[in-house]
Design a protein around this ligand. Structure first.
Ligand code: TRP
Length: 334
């Protein structure tokens, strides 16, 4: 049987969403919502694999929800909720922990990066994080998963887990194999200070990123200070690739103006970087500043945000419970 198309994605509530999250994920979520059924989840259980101050976590869940709504996700169209409020995520994760293999997890490069040099001290949760991610997706039998390039390996693991479950429990096609939707044009927005590193909320300098809640003034300052190059803008992509910061600025600009990279490069060729920066700051202020204002406004009414999550939880639970019933049965649990 063909499974109907269903999109699932998750965003960690670690606070301070930035332009990378916006262009790499949120904007894509909004356009998918027009074509397919979508479930968007604030993955609080993933966040606590690294210790979170409880008060901050609470606020960050609401802030991430506000960012979803402010960028245009519609809670009447898409299901928007937080992961921990549907206990099936944790329950299925346990079952999948028993399907997934230690050897598979040992290959996950993100764990190696996040755990750093002292792996013995990382939480067990951080190690099995990809199994929980598989659970998020499979709990709803999602078919399409918009993610950044850094999550591709986790998604492949989800497919392996789905496949092994289907085989072990002799239920071909029970879990669809989820497909990644990775934006080709802009899968990574890079740091404004170092074009070889991803824009990240954990980079120390706030000048490395544009936060969704930055004011027009802050955006202007950050773009002015962004690393570029002293020469004028080259006309071919080959030369730009040697200047990752400059390429990053042009890529962001082309994405915001919905123009192809090639077209943007030919438009900018021979001009000074100050010209590009001026245009880029304008485009960012046009698009990001209103989103930031809306996030702040939404955060003034926390009960409204909690209500949105509650309604989403109700809708998600119906699908989750139905699927879990069948999953338990397949495994032989009474
Ligand atoms: N691991 C993802 C990230 O950090 C977030 C995530 C959790 C997710 N569960 C998911 C993404 C399920 C897609 C589908 O970006």
């Amino acid at each position: 049987m063909e499974n109907k198309k269903l999109v699932f994605s998750g965003v960690q509530p670690t606070g301070n969403l930035h332009l990378g999250n916006y262009l790499g994920a949120l904007k894509n979520f909004v356009s998918l919502q027009k074509e397919m059924e979508c479930i968007y989840c604030v993955v609080d259980l993933h966040a606590i694999t690294i210790f979170q101050n409880p008060k901050h976590l609470h606020n960050n869940v609401l802030e991430t929800t506000a960012s979803f709504i402010a960028t245009g996700l519609d809670p009447n169209k898409s299901i928007i909720f937080n992961q921990s409020s549907v206990s099936g995520h944790a329950e299925l994760a346990w079952i999948l922990n028993c399907v997934s293999r230690i050897g598979w997890l040992n290959r996950m490069t993100q764990f190696k990066d996040k755990a750093g040099s002292d792996k013995e001290k990382a939480s067990v949760g951080l190690y099995i994080y990809p199994n929980l991610m598989a659970s998020d997706i499979l709990l709803y039998k999602a078919t399409h998963v918009p993610v950044g390039a850094d999550q591709k390996q986790h998604l492949e693991l989800s497919r392996d887990i789905a496949q092994k479950f289907n085989k072990d429990f002799n239920c071909k096609d029970f879990f669809p194999l989820p497909e990644p939707l990775i934006s080709k044009k802009i899968s990574r927005v890079m740091s404004l200070r170092d074009g070889t590193k991803k824009m990240s909320k954990s980079e120390e300098s706030d000048y490395s990123r544009i936060n969704l809640q930055d004011t027009a003034d802050e955006i202007n300052k950050k773009i002015k200070k962004a690393k570029s190059d002293s020469n004028s803008i080259p006309g071919e992509i080959k030369s730009l690739e040697k200047k990752p910061e400059a390429l990053n600025l042009i890529t962001i600009y082309s994405e915001l103006t919905q123009s192809s990279l090639e077209k943007t490069i030919s438009e900018m060729a021979g001009k000074e970087y100050s010209y590009l920066k001026k245009r880029l700051a304008e485009a960012l202020i046009d698009e990001i500043a209103p989103v930031g204002k809306e996030i702040k406004k939404l955060l003034e009414d926390k009960s409204h945000l909690k209500n949105i999550l509650k309604k989403g939880t109700e809708k998600a639970s119906i699908i989750a419970e139905e699927n879990l019933k069948n999953i338990r049965e397949k495994v032989g649990l009474i």
